[in-house]
Every structure is written in C-alpha cells, then in structure tokens.
Design a protein around this ligand. Structure first.
Ligand code: FES
Ligand code: FES
Length: 231
C-alpha cells in the first residue's frame, strides 16, 4: 500500500493564507487551503488508527453476525433460561430481558453505582459485568429484597429517614448498603461513607442514606419491621 504523507497534498502556489483585504478571491483561497489541510489531517488520523490497530494484531470483524449463547440466570431466586448476545451486560439482561427495571442505568461506565446488584451476596456494578459471567450465580436485584409485603429493613430505613429525592440512585444505594452491612467492615459513619463512595446521589441525600444504613447497623427497633399502615 502506498504510504500517505503530508507532502502528497499539492497546494496551489496561491493557496497560502493571506491578510484579509476584503478581496473575495482571497477568502476563497483561504477556505480552499483550510479544507485541504482538514482533509489531509483526517486521512492522517485514519491512517494512524489503522496502523495502530494492525500493530496490535486486530483483525476487521463482521459485527453484523452474532452467535447467541444459552445461559441460565438465577435472579431473585428464580431460574431463567436465556439466549443472549455474549456481550450483553447483567444490567441489560435484567432490565431488557427479564423486565426488572429497578436497577438503573446511570452512566453505564461503572462510575455512579445506580446499577448495583448483589451477586452471591457481593455488590457489583451490573453495567460492567457480562450476564454470561453470572451463569449459575445467585443474582439479587432490588426487586428481590422484600419478602412479600414486608420490606427489607434497609428499604424501611430509607423510608423512615427520607433518604431519597428523585429516587434514581436509590435501588443501587440500597443494594450497595445491604452488601456493605453483610461485609461487616464499616463500624462508623465515616467508614460507611467511605465504603458507599461508589454510589453517587445527584440529589445529595447522603446524610440520610448514611443515617439509614447506620440505623439498620445499630439495630434500631423501629427499623427492623415495616410499621403497620393506617389510612
Ligand atoms: Fe453502572 Fe453507573 S450505570 S455504575
Ligand atoms: Fe436523586 Fe439520589 S435521590 S440521585
């Protein structure tokens, strides 16, 4: 393949930029120069990308042909047989294929924690985890925390503490809080804050989120059971 070099761009002798003197021919010449410079830059960028990819051994792939894989996913105690593109994340599998939309897609890059679920009791970012990698695991989403009408103590504590505003981060915060409590590493509010730092709340409800986790951790009786509701 012929190599492309900047000097291969032949510029007309009068194409260099000149001082603006109100002459429309000069404007045209400057525009032509800039267009040619932009084109040569784009070609060079593409050539550099291709060279880098080839040096890394990458081969062009036909992404139009995808082989679906079968997997068995256990979510909230229920087994599901699925056929998925192997690139599907756990988050997309539960939201798009199982209709469990409690887990939220905030950033889709592992930075906000809105997608937090529990896998074998460990909290993970489901947007960064392939569904295929969870085959045979025990996945718990926010929908699986309550026992029938009885909320999980941390869900109840979030209500008691008013630990949310828009609620977008809340399912991730609660799943993460449940994971944190079972880990047993956080003993103070500062440690709770530190170990919950992967879960962002744009509404800034952190004070009450930490308070709710602390309530469950210290076993406040009023947070252990859902109170009876009266109309
Ligand atoms: Fe997964 Fe933000 S959506 S971390
Ligand atoms: Fe709105 Fe946390 S309650 S982002």
């Amino acid at each position: 393949m012929d190599s492309f070099r900047p000097t291969d761009v032949d510029l007309p002798p009068d194409s260099l930029p000149t001082e603006d003197n109100g002459n429309s021919n000069d404007d045209l010449t400057r525009r032509t120069f800039l267009q040619q410079a932009a084109m040569s830059g784009a070609v060079l960028a593409s050539w550099n990308d291709l060279s880098r990819a080839q040096s890394l051994g990458a081969e062009p792939r036909d992404l139009g042909q995808v082989t679906l894989v079968r997997l068995r996913l256990k979510v909230n105690g229920k087994e599901h047989d699925l056929q998925l593109d192997p690139r599907v994340t756990l988050l997309d599998a539960v939201r798009e294929h199982l209709g469990l939309t409690g887990s939220k897609k905030g950033c889709d890059h592992g930075q906000c924690g809105a997608c937090t679920v529990l896998v074998n009791g460990r909290r993970i970012n489901s947007c960064l985890t392939l569904a295929l990698a969870c085959s045979g695991d025990d996945v718990m989403t926010i929908e699986g925390l309550a026992k029938g009408e009885e909320l999980h103590p941390l869900q109840q504590a979030f209500i008691e503490r008013d630990a949310f505003q828009c609620g977008f981060c809340t399912s991730g915060q609660i799943c993460s809080g449940v994971g944190l409590l079972s880990e047993g590493h956080a003993r103070t509010e500062a440690e709770i804050r530190e170990l919950m730092s992967g879960n962002l709340c744009r509404c800034g409800a952190y004070l009450n989120i930490v308070g709710a986790i602390r309530d469950v951790q210290t076993g406040k009786p009023e947070n252990q059971l859902a109170p009876e509701r009266t109309e």
